[in-house]
Design a protein around this ligand. Sequence first.
Ligand SMILES: *Cc1c(COP(=O)(O)O)cnc(C)c1O
Length: 385
Amino acid sequence: MSFIAPRFSPPERILMGPGPSDVPRRVLNAMAAPTLGHLDPDYLAIMDEVRDFLRKVFRTSNEMTMAIPGTGSAGMEATVVNLVEPGDEVIVCVNGVFGGRLKDVAERAGAKVLALEAPWGETIEPAAIASALEQQPGTKAVMIVHAETSTGAHQSLEEISKLVHDAGALLLVDAVTSLAGVPLDLDALKIDACYSGTQKCLSCPPGLAPVSFSAAAVDKIMSRKTKVQSWYLDVSMLKSYWGQERVYHHTAPINMTYALREALAIVLEEGLESRWARHQLNHEALRAGLEAIGLKYIPKHSLASLNAIHVPDGVDEAGVRKRLLTDYGIEIGAGLGPFKGKAWRIGLMGASSTRRHVMTVLAALEDLLKVSGGSAAASDVYAKQ
Ligand SMILES: *Cc1c(COP(=O)(O)O)cnc(C)c1O
């Protein structure tokens, strides 16, 4: 007899974790469009459009801007392995999980890493960067996370960028949880290499990593003495596929590219400034609500896209998270590393940053924690707008 597969029906969730965020129907529908060949002229035109949209969303005129197959981590790996040659001295800022991963990737690429650490939840001070640059005068690159999703800390980059460039180094930035949710302007900040992911503030399914390299970064890559350790992520070859030559490198994830095209179109139609303001407003409302019910934020400088809070003593961290999922269909994130079992991470990213999401999660938490006053406090914030 023939095989009959069980019914396939992933449930509808409300995604408020550290990513993925809710994906608009318009993006999902775009994925269902006919698959084209990766060298079809109609597909190449879509690639050009994606590149153009990406430049607008990154706020850059960088020629070398593209979407790399793989998730945000592929973007991390691609930026680091292209920029770093074995023996290069680099500074990696570590104040959470993702800084730790950057350090690991840089070491695997053969870099000599000076790790500049700050306690989890805190940000990196410009003075600390200045002294690290003094300590290691040959530094070729400084790597830092803009939005540390493991702690909710929002890193400011202006002063750091100046210090790094004055020292003649390149600046590499992880913008996975900031792109299209938190103000970011690659050219104004003179960022040399930046990567992001699709499933956070872009509200697209996971699967592509937007990356961008400045002219100075491209110069460094093109004058390498050694080949990039990764064949798949070597941007000097990827460049020939995304550029006018159109040389086959890999079979592009065609339908994911459609999804990203649509997600970027949504961002540009809303306008970056309005989108940043929407993220900020919903964050302030959620924050007022959470603080009104006694929940405290972990970082001093919180991201608008990710709210990391301490779980109060005596509350069953995993139990509440499980009931949010089963009783309300709401996904939030757990703590990582030192915050395991001690923190919740509530994402307000892209399509998940709405008044409806804020009020729903507050009502659910009031119910599960047997407290009140959160929704009213959030409502006041909206009323003042
Ligand atoms: C999610 C995330 C990553 C990794 O992205 P994946 O898509 O999970 O591979 C890297 N950096 C930061 C800051 C992130 O939030």
